[in-house]
Design a protein around this ligand. Structure first.
Ligand SMILES: Cc1cc2nc3c(=O)[nH]c(=O)nc-3n(C[C@H](O)[C@H](O)[C@H](O)COP(=O)(O)OP(=O)(O)OC[C@H]3O[C@@H](n4cnc5c(N)ncnc54)[C@H](O)[C@@H]3O)c2cc1C
Ligand code: SF4
Length: 473
Protein backbone atom coordinates (compact mmCIF):
# COMPACT_ATOMS: atom_id res chain seq x y z
CA UNK A 1 0.00 0.00 0.00
CA UNK A 2 2.94 2.33 0.62
CA UNK A 3 4.10 1.53 -2.95
CA UNK A 4 7.74 2.39 -2.30
CA UNK A 5 9.97 3.18 -5.24
CA UNK A 6 13.55 4.23 -5.63
CA UNK A 7 14.59 7.70 -6.62
CA UNK A 8 14.67 7.71 -10.47
CA UNK A 9 18.31 8.65 -10.45
CA UNK A 10 18.86 7.89 -14.14
CA UNK A 11 15.85 9.81 -15.44
CA UNK A 12 16.96 13.16 -16.97
CA UNK A 13 14.22 15.10 -15.14
CA UNK A 14 15.47 13.80 -11.81
CA UNK A 15 19.20 14.02 -12.57
CA UNK A 16 19.35 17.46 -11.02
CA UNK A 17 19.97 16.57 -7.39
CA UNK A 18 23.67 17.25 -6.74
CA UNK A 19 23.63 15.81 -3.22
CA UNK A 20 22.88 12.31 -4.57
CA UNK A 21 25.77 12.49 -7.05
CA UNK A 22 28.10 13.83 -4.37
CA UNK A 23 27.10 11.09 -1.94
CA UNK A 24 27.68 8.41 -4.52
CA UNK A 25 31.09 9.80 -5.42
CA UNK A 26 32.07 9.91 -1.74
CA UNK A 27 30.96 6.27 -1.33
CA UNK A 28 33.00 5.18 -4.35
CA UNK A 29 36.05 7.04 -3.04
CA UNK A 30 35.72 5.44 0.39
CA UNK A 31 34.79 1.97 -0.87
CA UNK A 32 31.41 2.06 0.86
CA UNK A 33 28.15 0.46 -0.21
CA UNK A 34 25.90 3.09 -1.86
CA UNK A 35 22.27 2.45 -2.75
CA UNK A 36 18.97 4.08 -3.57
CA UNK A 37 16.56 3.06 -0.80
CA UNK A 38 12.87 2.52 -1.51
CA UNK A 39 10.97 5.72 -0.71
CA UNK A 40 7.24 6.01 -0.07
CA UNK A 41 7.09 8.84 -2.61
CA UNK A 42 5.25 8.95 -5.96
CA UNK A 43 7.72 9.70 -8.76
CA UNK A 44 5.35 8.43 -11.45
CA UNK A 45 1.60 8.71 -11.95
CA UNK A 46 1.21 5.06 -10.97
CA UNK A 47 3.57 2.43 -9.53
CA UNK A 48 5.99 1.25 -12.20
CA UNK A 49 5.03 4.08 -14.58
CA UNK A 50 7.27 6.59 -16.33
CA UNK A 51 8.70 9.07 -13.80
CA UNK A 52 7.95 12.76 -14.25
CA UNK A 53 7.84 15.94 -12.19
CA UNK A 54 4.44 17.23 -10.99
CA UNK A 55 2.37 14.66 -12.88
CA UNK A 56 -1.15 13.88 -11.63
CA UNK A 57 -1.12 10.82 -9.34
CA UNK A 58 -3.62 8.16 -10.36
CA UNK A 59 -5.38 7.29 -7.13
CA UNK A 60 -5.92 3.71 -5.98
CA UNK A 61 -9.51 2.49 -5.80
CA UNK A 62 -9.99 3.90 -2.28
CA UNK A 63 -9.11 7.45 -3.35
CA UNK A 64 -7.85 9.81 -0.68
CA UNK A 65 -9.69 11.16 2.30
CA UNK A 66 -8.76 14.77 1.56
CA UNK A 67 -10.56 14.61 -1.78
CA UNK A 68 -7.73 16.67 -3.27
CA UNK A 69 -5.71 15.96 -6.42
CA UNK A 70 -2.18 14.70 -5.84
CA UNK A 71 0.96 15.37 -7.88
CA UNK A 72 4.21 13.45 -8.24
CA UNK A 73 7.34 14.69 -6.52
CA UNK A 74 8.62 18.08 -7.65
CA UNK A 75 11.91 17.94 -5.69
CA UNK A 76 11.00 20.81 -3.34
CA UNK A 77 12.76 19.26 -0.32
CA UNK A 78 9.90 19.94 2.08
CA UNK A 79 9.46 16.30 3.12
CA UNK A 80 10.61 17.09 6.68
CA UNK A 81 7.47 19.07 7.28
CA UNK A 82 4.99 17.16 5.12
CA UNK A 83 4.24 17.32 1.43
CA UNK A 84 1.94 20.02 0.08
CA UNK A 85 1.63 18.20 -3.24
CA UNK A 86 0.49 14.79 -2.01
CA UNK A 87 3.55 13.07 -3.47
CA UNK A 88 4.36 11.31 -0.20
CA UNK A 89 2.41 8.10 0.34
CA UNK A 90 1.77 9.05 3.94
CA UNK A 91 -0.71 7.43 6.32
CA UNK A 92 -3.55 9.78 5.34
CA UNK A 93 -3.16 8.83 1.68
CA UNK A 94 -2.80 5.10 2.35
CA UNK A 95 -4.14 3.21 5.35
CA UNK A 96 -6.46 5.95 6.62
CA UNK A 97 -7.91 6.59 3.17
CA UNK A 98 -8.40 2.85 2.63
CA UNK A 99 -9.98 2.48 6.08
CA UNK A 100 -12.36 5.35 5.42
CA UNK A 101 -13.34 3.91 2.05
CA UNK A 102 -14.04 0.60 3.82
CA UNK A 103 -16.43 2.38 6.20
CA UNK A 104 -14.17 3.16 9.16
CA UNK A 105 -15.23 5.98 11.50
CA UNK A 106 -12.17 8.25 11.82
CA UNK A 107 -12.33 10.62 14.79
CA UNK A 108 -9.90 13.46 15.31
CA UNK A 109 -9.17 15.64 18.36
CA UNK A 110 -9.73 12.61 20.57
CA UNK A 111 -7.32 11.99 23.45
CA UNK A 112 -7.46 8.55 25.01
CA UNK A 113 -7.16 8.66 28.75
CA UNK A 114 -8.28 5.33 30.21
CA UNK A 115 -8.42 1.73 29.08
CA UNK A 116 -10.40 -0.83 31.07
CA UNK A 117 -11.20 -4.45 30.39
CA UNK A 118 -14.98 -4.80 30.17
CA UNK A 119 -17.96 -5.13 27.89
CA UNK A 120 -17.16 -7.27 24.89
CA UNK A 121 -13.45 -6.59 25.29
CA UNK A 122 -12.32 -3.12 26.34
CA UNK A 123 -13.75 0.22 27.32
CA UNK A 124 -11.87 3.26 26.15
CA UNK A 125 -12.48 6.65 27.75
CA UNK A 126 -11.34 9.68 25.85
CA UNK A 127 -11.63 13.46 25.76
CA UNK A 128 -13.15 14.98 22.66
CA UNK A 129 -11.45 18.36 22.34
CA UNK A 130 -13.07 21.32 20.62
CA UNK A 131 -11.23 24.09 18.82
CA UNK A 132 -12.26 26.59 21.54
CA UNK A 133 -10.23 24.63 24.12
CA UNK A 134 -13.18 22.91 25.79
CA UNK A 135 -13.53 19.13 25.91
CA UNK A 136 -16.10 16.50 26.75
CA UNK A 137 -15.53 13.01 28.08
CA UNK A 138 -16.62 10.13 25.84
CA UNK A 139 -16.53 6.34 25.97
CA UNK A 140 -16.35 3.67 23.34
CA UNK A 141 -16.54 -0.12 23.78
CA UNK A 142 -14.70 -2.50 21.49
CA UNK A 143 -13.78 -6.14 21.05
CA UNK A 144 -10.34 -5.43 19.68
CA UNK A 145 -8.25 -2.47 20.80
CA UNK A 146 -5.09 -1.57 18.90
CA UNK A 147 -2.85 1.02 20.53
CA UNK A 148 -1.14 3.09 17.85
CA UNK A 149 -0.03 6.16 19.78
CA UNK A 150 3.67 5.92 18.94
CA UNK A 151 6.45 4.72 21.23
CA UNK A 152 5.85 7.46 23.75
CA UNK A 153 2.04 7.57 23.57
CA UNK A 154 1.48 3.80 23.64
CA UNK A 155 3.93 3.25 26.49
CA UNK A 156 2.41 6.11 28.44
CA UNK A 157 -1.11 4.72 28.01
CA UNK A 158 -0.04 1.26 29.16
CA UNK A 159 1.92 2.62 32.12
CA UNK A 160 -0.95 4.92 33.12
CA UNK A 161 -3.51 2.10 32.96
CA UNK A 162 -1.31 -0.61 34.44
CA UNK A 163 -3.40 -0.92 37.60
CA UNK A 164 -6.43 -1.91 35.52
CA UNK A 165 -4.56 -4.27 33.20
CA UNK A 166 -3.32 -6.95 35.58
CA UNK A 167 -0.32 -9.03 34.71
CA UNK A 168 1.34 -6.56 32.32
CA UNK A 169 4.91 -7.59 31.74
CA UNK A 170 7.59 -6.13 34.02
CA UNK A 171 9.43 -5.21 30.82
CA UNK A 172 6.89 -2.42 30.15
CA UNK A 173 8.85 0.80 29.62
CA UNK A 174 12.12 -0.96 28.79
CA UNK A 175 14.31 -1.24 25.68
CA UNK A 176 13.92 2.37 24.62
CA UNK A 177 16.28 3.45 21.85
CA UNK A 178 16.70 6.32 19.43
CA UNK A 179 17.23 3.86 16.55
CA UNK A 180 20.84 5.01 16.46
CA UNK A 181 19.76 8.36 15.01
CA UNK A 182 22.58 10.84 14.46
CA UNK A 183 22.68 14.21 12.73
CA UNK A 184 25.89 15.92 11.59
CA UNK A 185 26.86 18.41 8.88
CA UNK A 186 29.33 18.62 6.03
CA UNK A 187 29.90 22.37 5.56
CA UNK A 188 31.66 24.38 2.83
CA UNK A 189 32.17 21.41 0.51
CA UNK A 190 34.78 21.95 -2.20
CA UNK A 191 36.17 20.21 -5.26
CA UNK A 192 39.34 21.12 -7.12
CA UNK A 193 39.70 24.15 -4.87
CA UNK A 194 36.29 25.55 -5.80
CA UNK A 195 33.02 25.50 -3.85
CA UNK A 196 31.05 22.31 -4.57
CA UNK A 197 27.28 22.80 -4.79
CA UNK A 198 25.12 20.44 -2.72
CA UNK A 199 21.71 22.11 -3.05
CA UNK A 200 20.45 20.32 0.06
CA UNK A 201 17.04 21.91 -0.47
CA UNK A 202 16.56 20.17 -3.81
CA UNK A 203 15.13 16.65 -3.98
CA UNK A 204 13.43 14.41 -1.44
CA UNK A 205 14.95 14.78 1.99
CA UNK A 206 16.49 11.34 1.61
CA UNK A 207 17.67 10.29 -1.82
CA UNK A 208 20.51 7.83 -1.33
CA UNK A 209 22.10 5.80 1.43
CA UNK A 210 25.47 4.45 2.44
CA UNK A 211 25.38 1.22 4.42
CA UNK A 212 28.13 0.12 6.78
CA UNK A 213 27.79 -3.58 7.63
CA UNK A 214 26.96 -5.11 10.99
CA UNK A 215 28.49 -7.99 12.92
CA UNK A 216 25.17 -9.84 12.73
CA UNK A 217 25.52 -9.91 8.95
CA UNK A 218 27.67 -13.00 9.63
CA UNK A 219 30.06 -12.06 6.84
CA UNK A 220 33.02 -11.25 9.04
CA UNK A 221 31.95 -7.67 9.69
CA UNK A 222 32.55 -6.36 13.17
CA UNK A 223 30.67 -3.83 15.29
CA UNK A 224 27.19 -2.40 15.06
CA UNK A 225 26.09 -1.46 11.56
CA UNK A 226 24.43 1.70 10.36
CA UNK A 227 23.18 3.77 7.47
CA UNK A 228 24.20 7.30 6.54
CA UNK A 229 21.91 9.28 4.28
CA UNK A 230 22.12 12.48 2.27
CA UNK A 231 19.62 14.66 4.05
CA UNK A 232 17.89 17.83 2.94
CA UNK A 233 15.59 20.58 4.07
CA UNK A 234 13.08 23.12 2.70
CA UNK A 235 14.53 26.12 0.91
CA UNK A 236 13.49 28.47 3.73
CA UNK A 237 16.22 26.85 5.82
CA UNK A 238 18.78 27.91 3.21
CA UNK A 239 18.10 31.50 4.23
CA UNK A 240 18.32 30.67 7.91
CA UNK A 241 21.51 28.65 7.46
CA UNK A 242 23.11 31.41 5.40
CA UNK A 243 22.32 33.95 8.11
CA UNK A 244 24.15 31.79 10.63
CA UNK A 245 27.38 32.66 8.85
CA UNK A 246 27.94 35.64 11.15
CA UNK A 247 31.73 35.72 10.65
CA UNK A 248 31.30 35.87 6.87
CA UNK A 249 28.54 38.49 7.20
CA UNK A 250 30.74 40.74 9.36
CA UNK A 251 33.74 40.40 7.08
CA UNK A 252 31.67 41.22 3.98
CA UNK A 253 30.03 44.15 5.77
CA UNK A 254 33.46 45.50 6.76
CA UNK A 255 34.71 45.15 3.15
CA UNK A 256 31.60 46.85 1.76
CA UNK A 257 31.86 49.74 4.26
CA UNK A 258 35.53 50.26 3.45
CA UNK A 259 34.82 50.32 -0.27
CA UNK A 260 31.99 52.81 0.19
CA UNK A 261 34.27 55.02 2.27
CA UNK A 262 37.03 54.86 -0.34
CA UNK A 263 34.54 55.64 -3.09
CA UNK A 264 33.19 58.60 -1.09
CA UNK A 265 36.71 59.95 -0.60
CA UNK A 266 37.52 59.15 -4.24
CA UNK A 267 40.55 57.09 -3.25
CA UNK A 268 39.62 54.36 -5.65
CA UNK A 269 38.58 54.81 -9.27
CA UNK A 270 34.93 54.63 -10.33
CA UNK A 271 32.15 53.75 -7.87
CA UNK A 272 31.26 50.06 -8.48
CA UNK A 273 28.17 50.01 -6.30
CA UNK A 274 26.53 47.00 -7.97
CA UNK A 275 29.68 44.93 -7.59
CA UNK A 276 29.94 46.03 -3.96
CA UNK A 277 26.37 44.95 -3.22
CA UNK A 278 27.04 41.58 -4.84
CA UNK A 279 30.06 41.13 -2.59
CA UNK A 280 28.02 42.20 0.43
CA UNK A 281 25.37 39.53 -0.24
CA UNK A 282 28.09 36.95 -0.78
CA UNK A 283 28.08 33.69 -2.72
CA UNK A 284 25.72 31.83 -0.36
CA UNK A 285 28.29 29.08 -0.16
CA UNK A 286 27.38 28.05 3.39
CA UNK A 287 23.82 27.15 2.41
CA UNK A 288 24.69 26.06 -1.11
CA UNK A 289 27.70 23.92 -0.28
CA UNK A 290 26.56 22.18 2.90
CA UNK A 291 24.82 18.89 3.52
CA UNK A 292 23.18 17.46 6.64
CA UNK A 293 24.18 13.84 7.18
CA UNK A 294 21.66 11.49 8.79
CA UNK A 295 22.77 8.35 10.55
CA UNK A 296 20.72 5.53 11.96
CA UNK A 297 21.67 2.11 13.11
CA UNK A 298 21.83 -0.42 15.88
CA UNK A 299 22.52 1.50 19.05
CA UNK A 300 22.04 -0.15 22.46
CA UNK A 301 18.31 -0.23 23.33
CA UNK A 302 18.70 0.16 27.08
CA UNK A 303 16.58 3.27 27.82
CA UNK A 304 13.77 3.07 30.37
CA UNK A 305 10.43 4.91 30.34
CA UNK A 306 8.52 5.53 33.56
CA UNK A 307 5.74 7.77 34.78
CA UNK A 308 6.86 10.56 37.07
CA UNK A 309 4.06 12.75 38.48
CA UNK A 310 1.86 11.50 35.67
CA UNK A 311 4.34 12.56 32.98
CA UNK A 312 6.41 10.22 30.86
CA UNK A 313 10.02 10.23 31.95
CA UNK A 314 12.71 8.69 29.73
CA UNK A 315 15.98 7.64 31.26
CA UNK A 316 18.48 7.05 28.48
CA UNK A 317 22.18 7.57 28.05
CA UNK A 318 24.45 7.78 25.03
CA UNK A 319 27.29 6.37 27.14
CA UNK A 320 26.51 2.69 26.49
CA UNK A 321 26.36 3.34 22.74
CA UNK A 322 29.59 5.37 22.52
CA UNK A 323 31.45 2.78 20.42
CA UNK A 324 28.59 2.78 17.91
CA UNK A 325 28.24 6.58 17.95
CA UNK A 326 31.95 7.17 17.46
CA UNK A 327 31.92 4.71 14.56
CA UNK A 328 29.08 6.59 12.86
CA UNK A 329 30.77 9.93 13.49
CA UNK A 330 34.04 8.56 12.11
CA UNK A 331 32.38 7.50 8.85
CA UNK A 332 30.54 10.83 8.62
CA UNK A 333 33.90 12.59 8.98
CA UNK A 334 35.35 10.43 6.19
CA UNK A 335 32.40 11.28 3.92
CA UNK A 336 32.81 14.98 4.72
CA UNK A 337 36.52 14.80 3.85
CA UNK A 338 35.69 13.04 0.58
CA UNK A 339 33.35 15.96 -0.18
CA UNK A 340 36.09 18.45 0.65
CA UNK A 341 34.02 19.88 3.50
CA UNK A 342 34.32 20.72 7.19
CA UNK A 343 32.71 18.25 9.57
CA UNK A 344 30.46 19.68 12.30
CA UNK A 345 28.59 17.68 14.93
CA UNK A 346 25.00 18.45 15.77
CA UNK A 347 25.32 21.17 18.50
CA UNK A 348 23.41 18.91 20.92
CA UNK A 349 26.37 16.54 20.86
CA UNK A 350 28.44 19.04 22.85
CA UNK A 351 26.25 17.91 25.76
CA UNK A 352 26.40 14.30 24.56
CA UNK A 353 22.77 14.41 23.48
CA UNK A 354 21.21 13.29 20.23
CA UNK A 355 18.30 14.49 18.10
CA UNK A 356 16.01 11.50 17.57
CA UNK A 357 13.33 11.16 14.88
CA UNK A 358 12.69 7.43 15.33
CA UNK A 359 12.08 6.70 19.01
CA UNK A 360 11.50 3.00 19.61
CA UNK A 361 10.71 0.61 22.41
CA UNK A 362 8.81 0.83 25.68
CA UNK A 363 6.47 -2.06 24.90
CA UNK A 364 8.88 -4.69 23.59
CA UNK A 365 7.97 -7.92 21.88
CA UNK A 366 8.95 -11.20 23.52
CA UNK A 367 8.29 -14.91 23.62
CA UNK A 368 6.68 -14.70 27.06
CA UNK A 369 5.74 -11.95 29.56
CA UNK A 370 9.13 -12.22 31.22
CA UNK A 371 10.73 -11.16 27.96
CA UNK A 372 8.29 -8.67 26.46
CA UNK A 373 4.97 -6.86 26.73
CA UNK A 374 3.42 -8.40 23.64
CA UNK A 375 3.80 -11.43 21.41
CA UNK A 376 5.22 -11.31 17.88
CA UNK A 377 1.77 -10.37 16.57
CA UNK A 378 1.64 -7.37 18.87
CA UNK A 379 -0.99 -8.82 21.24
CA UNK A 380 -0.38 -7.88 24.86
CA UNK A 381 0.32 -10.97 26.98
CA UNK A 382 -2.63 -11.81 29.22
CA UNK A 383 -5.00 -9.42 27.44
CA UNK A 384 -6.58 -11.00 24.38
CA UNK A 385 -7.71 -8.42 21.86
CA UNK A 386 -5.43 -5.67 23.23
CA UNK A 387 -2.76 -5.02 20.66
CA UNK A 388 0.07 -2.68 20.11
CA UNK A 389 0.51 -1.46 16.58
CA UNK A 390 4.08 -2.01 15.57
CA UNK A 391 5.93 -1.47 12.38
CA UNK A 392 8.76 -3.59 13.62
CA UNK A 393 8.91 -7.22 14.54
CA UNK A 394 11.66 -6.72 17.02
CA UNK A 395 12.27 -4.80 20.15
CA UNK A 396 15.54 -3.01 19.58
CA UNK A 397 16.93 -0.60 17.08
CA UNK A 398 16.75 -1.92 13.53
CA UNK A 399 18.82 0.71 11.90
CA UNK A 400 16.46 1.61 9.05
CA UNK A 401 13.71 4.17 9.12
CA UNK A 402 10.85 2.46 10.91
CA UNK A 403 8.53 2.43 7.93
CA UNK A 404 11.04 0.86 5.60
CA UNK A 405 11.90 -1.77 8.14
CA UNK A 406 8.70 -3.77 8.01
CA UNK A 407 6.84 -2.64 4.99
CA UNK A 408 8.71 -4.52 2.31
CA UNK A 409 7.28 -7.87 3.21
CA UNK A 410 3.88 -6.40 2.43
CA UNK A 411 2.60 -7.77 5.68
CA UNK A 412 2.74 -5.21 8.46
CA UNK A 413 2.18 -6.82 11.80
CA UNK A 414 -1.05 -4.90 12.29
CA UNK A 415 -2.45 -6.58 9.24
CA UNK A 416 -1.30 -9.94 10.59
CA UNK A 417 -3.05 -9.21 13.87
CA UNK A 418 -6.29 -8.28 12.19
CA UNK A 419 -6.08 -11.32 9.92
CA UNK A 420 -5.49 -13.55 12.90
CA UNK A 421 -8.51 -12.14 14.71
CA UNK A 422 -10.66 -12.54 11.63
CA UNK A 423 -9.50 -16.07 10.93
CA UNK A 424 -10.17 -17.20 14.47
CA UNK A 425 -6.68 -17.20 15.83
CA UNK A 426 -4.25 -18.47 13.26
CA UNK A 427 -2.47 -16.68 10.52
CA UNK A 428 0.18 -18.02 8.22
CA UNK A 429 3.66 -17.40 9.52
CA UNK A 430 4.98 -14.21 8.07
CA UNK A 431 7.65 -14.62 5.47
CA UNK A 432 10.29 -12.02 5.73
CA UNK A 433 12.19 -10.35 2.94
CA UNK A 434 14.78 -7.67 3.35
CA UNK A 435 13.66 -4.11 2.79
CA UNK A 436 16.63 -2.42 1.11
CA UNK A 437 17.74 -4.57 -1.78
CA UNK A 438 20.41 -2.51 -3.39
CA UNK A 439 20.84 -4.77 -6.39
CA UNK A 440 17.37 -5.97 -7.18
CA UNK A 441 15.51 -5.21 -10.36
CA UNK A 442 14.19 -1.96 -9.00
CA UNK A 443 17.61 -0.48 -8.61
CA UNK A 444 18.81 2.21 -10.94
CA UNK A 445 21.78 0.09 -11.93
CA UNK A 446 24.22 2.77 -10.83
CA UNK A 447 25.32 0.93 -7.76
CA UNK A 448 28.08 1.66 -5.37
CA UNK A 449 31.44 0.01 -5.41
CA UNK A 450 30.80 -3.10 -3.40
CA UNK A 451 27.84 -4.32 -5.44
CA UNK A 452 26.79 -6.31 -2.43
CA UNK A 453 23.46 -4.61 -2.26
CA UNK A 454 21.85 -4.42 1.10
CA UNK A 455 19.78 -7.47 1.54
CA UNK A 456 21.26 -7.42 4.97
CA UNK A 457 19.56 -4.19 5.89
CA UNK A 458 17.38 -5.76 8.50
CA UNK A 459 19.79 -8.42 9.66
CA UNK A 460 19.86 -6.77 13.05
CA UNK A 461 16.59 -8.62 13.38
CA UNK A 462 17.46 -12.22 14.00
CA UNK A 463 14.39 -13.42 12.17
CA UNK A 464 13.80 -17.09 12.53
CA UNK A 465 10.89 -17.32 10.14
CA UNK A 466 8.71 -18.86 12.81
CA UNK A 467 7.25 -15.71 14.20
CA UNK A 468 9.67 -15.63 17.11
CA UNK A 469 11.49 -12.40 17.69
CA UNK A 470 15.20 -12.09 18.07
CA UNK A 471 16.71 -9.58 20.42
CA UNK A 472 20.20 -8.67 19.41
CA UNK A 473 21.35 -5.90 21.70
C1 LIG B 1 11.27 14.98 11.14
C2 LIG B 1 11.00 13.50 11.01
C3 LIG B 1 11.30 12.86 9.83
C4 LIG B 1 11.04 11.50 9.69
N1 LIG B 1 11.33 10.88 8.51
C5 LIG B 1 11.07 9.56 8.35
C6 LIG B 1 11.33 8.90 7.12
O1 LIG B 1 11.79 9.50 6.17
N2 LIG B 1 11.04 7.58 7.02
C7 LIG B 1 10.51 6.88 8.07
O2 LIG B 1 10.25 5.69 7.94
N3 LIG B 1 10.26 7.49 9.25
C8 LIG B 1 10.53 8.80 9.40
N4 LIG B 1 10.29 9.41 10.61
C9 LIG B 1 9.77 8.59 11.70
C10 LIG B 1 8.28 8.33 11.52
O3 LIG B 1 7.62 9.56 11.37
C11 LIG B 1 7.77 7.59 12.75
O4 LIG B 1 8.52 6.42 12.92
C12 LIG B 1 6.32 7.22 12.57
O5 LIG B 1 5.55 8.38 12.38
C13 LIG B 1 5.82 6.50 13.80
O6 LIG B 1 4.49 6.18 13.55
P1 LIG B 1 3.51 5.81 14.72
O7 LIG B 1 2.17 5.66 14.10
O8 LIG B 1 4.07 4.66 15.50
O9 LIG B 1 3.54 7.04 15.73
P2 LIG B 1 3.17 8.56 15.47
O10 LIG B 1 3.37 8.95 14.04
O11 LIG B 1 3.91 9.32 16.53
O12 LIG B 1 1.62 8.60 15.73
C14 LIG B 1 1.10 8.47 17.03
C15 LIG B 1 -0.20 9.24 17.06
O13 LIG B 1 -0.87 8.95 18.28
C16 LIG B 1 -1.37 10.15 18.82
N5 LIG B 1 -1.51 9.96 20.28
C17 LIG B 1 -0.56 9.88 21.23
N6 LIG B 1 -1.11 9.70 22.44
C18 LIG B 1 -2.46 9.66 22.26
C19 LIG B 1 -3.57 9.51 23.12
N7 LIG B 1 -3.44 9.35 24.44
N8 LIG B 1 -4.82 9.54 22.59
C20 LIG B 1 -5.00 9.71 21.24
N9 LIG B 1 -3.97 9.85 20.37
C21 LIG B 1 -2.72 9.83 20.88
C22 LIG B 1 -0.35 11.20 18.44
O14 LIG B 1 -0.94 12.49 18.48
C23 LIG B 1 0.01 10.76 17.03
O15 LIG B 1 -0.86 11.31 16.09
C24 LIG B 1 10.52 10.78 10.77
C25 LIG B 1 10.22 11.43 11.97
C26 LIG B 1 10.45 12.78 12.10
C27 LIG B 1 10.11 13.45 13.41
S1 SF4 C 1 10.51 16.65 -2.34
FE1 SF4 C 1 9.28 15.77 -0.67
S2 SF4 C 1 7.84 17.42 -0.09
FE2 SF4 C 1 8.66 17.95 -2.13
S3 SF4 C 1 7.19 17.10 -3.59
FE3 SF4 C 1 8.81 15.54 -3.29
S4 SF4 C 1 7.98 14.21 -1.64
FE4 SF4 C 1 6.78 16.13 -1.60
Amino acid sequence: MLTPSRYPYDDPQFATVPKADAFREAAVQLGLDWQLPPLAVAFASEPGGQPGLSLPVIEPSYGNLHGQPRLTCRLCGECDFGCNYGAKNSLDHTYLSAAKAAGADLRTLCEVQAIRPGGPGYQVRYLLHAMDGSSVSKRIDCEQLILAAGSFGTTRLLLGNRAHLPGLSPTLGSRFSGNGDMLSFALHTRRDGRPRTMHASRGPVITSTIRVPDEVDEDGSVGRGFYIQDSGYPVILDWIVQNMDVRGDLSRLAGFSLNRLRAALRWAGPDHLEHGIGQLIGSGSLSNCSLPLLGMGRDVPDGVMRLRDGELDVSWTTETSRTYIDRVRGTMKDITSALGGEYVDNPLWFRKRLAVAHPLGGAPIGRHPGEGVCDPYGEVFGHPGLKKKKWRRHAGAGGCEPLTDDRRDGRPSLRSSVARARDGGEVARARWSAPFRGNDAGHSGRTGPSQRGSDRCSRPLVHRGDGRPGHPR
